[in-house]
Design a protein. Structure first.
Length: 476
């Protein structure tokens, strides 16, 4: 938002009015694509004529054991209105399965929360509607437990030696249906199953800092090593199920970038075919062509992101949003040049939810004050945090994020921090918090810009990328 030359930059729960230099380039986010007029009809049609798959009703019968798995509430960040797609889809799936002769008693729902925290029934009402979480018994609606040895199965290793371990519902169900809401190319596809229903044993192989990372953004699905590894693991799942004559039935719903998001496409069928269609539509909505890199890049950071959903935004979330979900929203090459400066705008408060993020507190208070190298932190603490009995208990039974989760988020900042000469935190209310994250604190955006000019030259190029909405810069 721009008024009288002033830009309203997102700042935590509000905005800062900032006057940018006249030479600053201000990006114009893509407009929202028009929403589907009848999402229910589109979904029913997709179930009847899926991509590279038999129609749903031909896959099951009265004796089939069916599991419907779905993305957890971290996506989307802004809740859909008036109804979440998962609530709509599950209702329609119940009808379709009943028409195929499958009794409701043979259908179970599993929230695919990976190493995220489990969710209470009240929290699940935000995506499943007000009644369903309270009508189903725990045996018919549960959250994935990555630390339950009886509930997971080890499928073996990929050709490159990566282990694949997933929830048993993947292999034991006669039909596994996955409801995915990919908000970026980073999500959906095989990530749904091998991560959403995966375990620490599997997830640690791709959600870790790689010292020799190429810099190919995870938002670039064609070139990302992360995406290639997930597909490799997914192929092992696919072969395992094919040996039993089974195949995952994937459903993906793509939203536009309005707030709240609205469905613009619904696809169903094989994992690869469905995700391919979803990616094509996501590109139309989210990719913004941008010519040339900049010396300085400015992003506002809101006090909302995936891992603080229905909770509190803590400093490690701020860091992750600034580096992984701001800087890393590019294809081809970063929006800011090698050795450039990133200016993030957020109060960066010292606050944590003690129930939801217990191991975050320990990482921030006991490790980051003296050690900030992501690789060394991972090598030293990852297995400790992952195996610590109190953190395992809190993940399994007390709605806490997995013990290793903050190390995953912190590690994702490795490439951005190596690419940049500095990261400034403008508007930081507690300089020690910003410094603990590896950032340089500044009271105002204007002060941060002046320091960037002092280091890079008074005529340094500046780009301001307004958000929301969310988009991906394709930089040429």
């Amino acid at each position: 938002m721009t008024t009288n030359g002033m830009h309203a930059i997102v700042y935590g729960d509000g905005f800062l009015q900032v006057k940018l230099p006249e030479r600053a380039r201000v990006l114009q986010p893509p407009d929202p694509l028009p929403p589907l007029q009848d999402p229910a009809r589109v979904l029913r049609e997709a179930l009847q004529a899926p991509t590279d798959h038999e129609p749903l009703r031909k896959l099951v019968g009265p004796k089939a054991q069916v599991t419907i798995t779905f993305d957890d509430p971290v996506m989307p960040i802004v809740p859909m209105q008036p109804q979440d797609f998962r609530e709509l889809a599950i209702g329609i799936l119940f009808e379709e399965l009943e028409a195929a002769g499958v009794p409701r008693s043979r259908v179970r729902l599993v929230c695919a929360n990976a190493l995220h925290r489990k969710w209470t029934a009240k929290e699940l009402t935000t995506i499943l509607g007000p009644r369903l979480p309270y009508l189903l018994s725990p045996g018919h609606l549960s959250c994935h437990d990555a630390e339950d040895p009886e509930a997971v199965v080890h499928l073996g290793e990929t050709e490159r030696g990566f282990e694949v371990e997933v929830n048993r519902v993947v292999t034991d169900s006669d039909l596994l249906i996955y409801l995915s809401m990919p908000v970026t190319p980073f999500n959906g596809g095989w990530k749904s199953t091998v991560v959403g229903l995966g375990t620490w044993r599997s997830i640690r192989q791709h959600h870790r800092p790689f010292p020799f990372a190429s810099g190919k953004s995870t938002m670039d699905h064609r070139n990302s090593s992360f995406q290639k590894l997930l597909n490799e693991m997914g192929q092992l799942v696919e072969r395992t199920l094919a040996a039993k004559g089974r195949e995952i039935f994937q459903i993906e719903c793509v939203l536009n970038n309005a707030e709240p998001g609205e469905p613009i496409g619904i696809f169903a069928g094989s994992v690869g075919g469905t995700h391919g269609e979803a990616l094509t539509l996501m590109e139309r909505q989210q990719v913004l062509p941008v010519r040339g890199q900049s010396d300085v890049l400015i992003y506002g950071v809101p006090n909302r992101e995936h891992y603080s959903k229905l909770s509190i935004m803590n400093p490690i979330h701020v860091r992750n949003w600034g580096l992984s979900y701001s800087f890393a929203r590019f294809r081809n090459k970063p929006l800011v040049r090698q050795g450039g400066i990133l200016i993030l705008v957020n109060p960066c408060l010292r606050q944590f939810h003690p129930i939801h993020h217990p191991s975050y507190i320990e990482l921030f208070e006991k490790v980051l004050p003296y050690l900030q190298d992501p690789v060394e932190i991972w090598d030293t603490y990852a297995e400790d945090y992952a195996r610590r009995p109190e953190y395992v208990h809190k993940y399994r039974h007390a709605y806490g994020y997995h013990g290793a989760h903050p190390l995953i988020l912190y590690g994702q900042g490795l490439y951005p921090m190596r690419h940049l000469s500095s990261v400034f935190m403008a508007g930081a209310t507690d300089p020690e918090v910003a410094a603990c994250l590896g950032f340089e604190p500044f009271r105002t955006v204007e002060a941060a810009i002046r320091e960037a000019e002092a280091r890079l030259g008074s005529g340094c190029s500046i780009t301001y990328a307004p958000r929301p909405p969310e988009y991906i810069c394709e930089v040429t």
